[in-house]
Ligand binder design. Structure first.
Ligand code: 4NP
Length: 160
């Protein structure tokens, strides 16, 4: 069988948006019985929370929709641009930070804004919920559920 498609979600802390993206995407991929064909991970541009579980507020909001978030935070590395087929970032700052790793500009097409894959929402970024209230975490999940459907369609087209 062909090697699996490798997908990395990236945000700032890797404790809110990108682990939630990982959980939502994994749930979709498992429901589609594609778990052995797609590798899903997440990382943060910052390393302050390395080793930690996702933020409890994000875990609770995700749990209420049936997603179990149990990844451990880690900081993104330059090698991730080699190791992954697609790196989906949550906001423009993440995009700038990842592009700065890509010193020879050879990986530009792999690094994309997650919201490009949304169809039901007009937002261009997944807003950082860390310093806000509960609603921010719900919006994150709304955007992730929308965009992950688009990501699934994209991956399907590359696996076909
Ligand atoms: P995330 O949210 O990037 O979605 O994981 C944040 C988590 C932590 C911090 C900022 C954003 N922080 O400043 O510690």
């Amino acid at each position: 069988m062909a090697s699996p498609f490798r997908l990395l979600f990236v945000c700032l802390g890797n404790i809110c948006r990108s682990p939630a993206a990982e959980g939502v995407m994994r749930s979709l991929i498992e429901a589609e019985e594609l778990a052995d064909r797609v590798v899903i991970r997440s990382a943060g541009t910052g390393g302050w929370h390395a080793g930690k579980l996702p933020d409890q507020r994000m875990r609770t909001a995700a749990q209420n929709r049936g997603y179990d978030l149990s990844s451990r935070a880690r900081q993104v590395t330059e090698n991730d641009l080699i190791d992954y087929d697609l790196v989906l970032v949550m906001d423009q700052q993440n995009l700038r930070d990842l592009r700065a790793f890509d010193r020879t500009s050879q990986f530009g097409s792999k690094i994309r804004l997650f919201c490009e894959f949304c169809t039901d929402h007009q937002e261009s970024e997944v807003p950082d919920p860390y310093y806000g209230g509960e609603q921010g975490f719900e919006l994150v999940l709304d955007l992730l559920e929308d965009g992950c459907r688009g990501v699934l369609a994209h991956i399907r087209s590359t696996l076909a």
